[in-house]
Design a protein around this ligand. Structure first.
Ligand code: PMP
Length: 443
């Protein structure tokens, strides 16, 4: 047995030895299609020469300098790339090493903002059930993933409460229109503001497209504007977590661009550095920065490895490749193909209740029966079976499940790299289809 703490302490996972393009190679030399880019991370695929070159060049120049004293060229360049053109009024970027750290930074910056502008009574956050914002205690407090929260409940912050996500497949009532459902969710958020005391709320936090916990659940049109209107009414901020769904994954650089809202703070991570280095961050609206600047003039937060020179150099290279090679066009084109192929393969499948997503971020939800939307017994670990059957067929996908609240079935996410070709998309769906059927047959 290995001495490394793996996700399971019972069995060692296969070794990934090498990566090239959309393929990973394990110790048997087998090529595995990285059909989900890990957890929607490897947006450029593996071994991209330009990114590797940029990392080496940065290491030759400067590996590290402490941010208490220095800035560095790659971090400045990355901030310029991200917010130099002020997308949606976002003017500043802070870089850290993960999505969880990004969420912690967003939470703390939002709190500090209200302290600085003279509203210290704002101490509460409203987030959503069936959401995931990270595994550190602040981010886990924000998250509404019951299974992940349960063991740590006594350690989680009571400053966070949760409302329903926009999950039309399961939560829209019989005969309810999109507009009525959105209005009901806005009413629920309004009621939560009232319950807490509207002047005590710092922010509403949500994943723009729900990633791992529900599986690529997009909001209905009008949902985010309706939620933002509630926040605006009460002077609270909107924090959008695009760790998984952003940085081009859904076909636009920022997924909020597709929703008709701009966040006050946005969290980014996975597609920012594409897995070449650990990097996450927050993008911050000018008005929040003004609030901080007018107060103590410092963000009372930080990490040893924030704005790390090598991580930022990798992210600069990743973002330049995405822009210069116009990869978001490919995300849109291949995303349409992925949707079409998944619909052909699973549209009439008796155990596929929902096929959903956007761009190159798609999931199927597996149910015992389509009409009743009943879920498989979590003890069957269907999502694990899908993962193993896919791996046997040379495909890495990202299945989740083991529902404990009965409100969602097992699901599996596909999130191919932005460089995927039509033939590769077809191959991914073929292998995935076989894996899902084999997993179901094994029950
Ligand atoms: N937010 C979202 C939406 C995520 O999907 C994740 C990771 N799956 C995180 C935050 C946490 O990111 P990390 O694992 O890099 O800490």
């Amino acid at each position: 047995m290995s001495h490394l703490v793996h996700r399971s302490l019972h069995a060692d996972p296969p070794l990934a030895l090498r990566g090239e393009g959309i393929y990973l190679y394990d110790q048997s030399g087998r090529a595995i299609i990285d059909g989900s880019g890990g957890a929607a991370v490897a947006c450029l695929g593996h071994g991209h020469p330009r990114v590797i070159e940029a990392i080496k060049a940065q290491l030759d120049k400067l590996a590290y300098a402490h941010t208490a004293l220095f800035s560095c060229e790659s971090a400045e360049e990355l901030a310029d790339i991200m917010v130099g053109h002020r997308p949606g009024g976002l003017t500043h970027a802070y870089f850290c090493s993960s999505g969880s750290e990004g969420n912690e930074a967003a939470i703390k910056m939002a709190r500090q903002y209200f302290l600085e502008i003279g509203q210290p009574e704002r101490t509460r956050f409203i987030a959503r059930r069936q959401s995931y914002h990270g595994n550190t205690l602040g981010a886990l407090s924000a998250g509404g993933n019951a299974m992940r929260r349960a063991p740590y409940q006594p350690l989680l912050s009571p400053a966070f409460s949760h409302v329903s996500p926009c999950y039309a497949y399961r939560d829209r009532a019989e005969g309810e229109s999109d507009e009525q459902y959105v209005a009901r969710l806005a009413d629920e958020l309004e009621a939560e503001f009232q319950r807490l005391g509207p002047d005590t709320v710092i922010a509403f936090m949500a994943e723009t497209v729900v990633g791992a916990t529900l599986g690529c659940v997009t909001a209905l049109p009008g949902y985010f504007p309706a939620m933002k209107a509630v926040c605006d009414r009460h002077g609270a901020l909107l924090i959008l977590d695009e760790v998984m769904s952003g940085m081009g994954r859904c076909g636009a650089l920022h997924t909020w661009e597709q929703e008709g809202v701009t966040p006050d703070i946005q969290i980014v991570a996975k597609g920012l550095g594409g897995g070449y280095q650990p990097i996450g961050g927050i993008l911050v609206h000018g008005r929040v920065i003004e609030g901080l600047t007018g107060g103590t003039g410092a963000f009372m937060h930080g990490h040893t490895y924030q704005a790390h020179p090598v991580a930022c150099a990798a992210a600069v290279a990743v973002q330049k490749v995405i822009a210069e090679e116009r990869l978001l066009d490919n995300v849109q084109a291949m995303g349409a193909r992925l949707e079409q192929r998944l619909t052909e393969r699973f549209g009439n499948h008796r155990h596929v209740g929902d096929i959903r997503g956007r761009g190159l971020f798609w999931a199927i939800e597996l149910v015992e029966d389509r009409a009743g939307k009943s879920v498989f017994d979590p003890a069957l670990k269907l999502n694990e079976r899908v993962k193993m059957q896919a791996y046997e067929r040379g495909l890495a996908c990202y299945p989740m499940g083991g529902t404990i609240d009965g409100r969602r079935g097992d699901h599996a996410i596909l999130a191919p790299p932005y460089i995927a070709t039509a033939a590769q998309i077809d191959e991914i769906v073929d292998r995935f289809g076989e894996a899902v059927d084999a997993a179901l047959a094994s029950l």
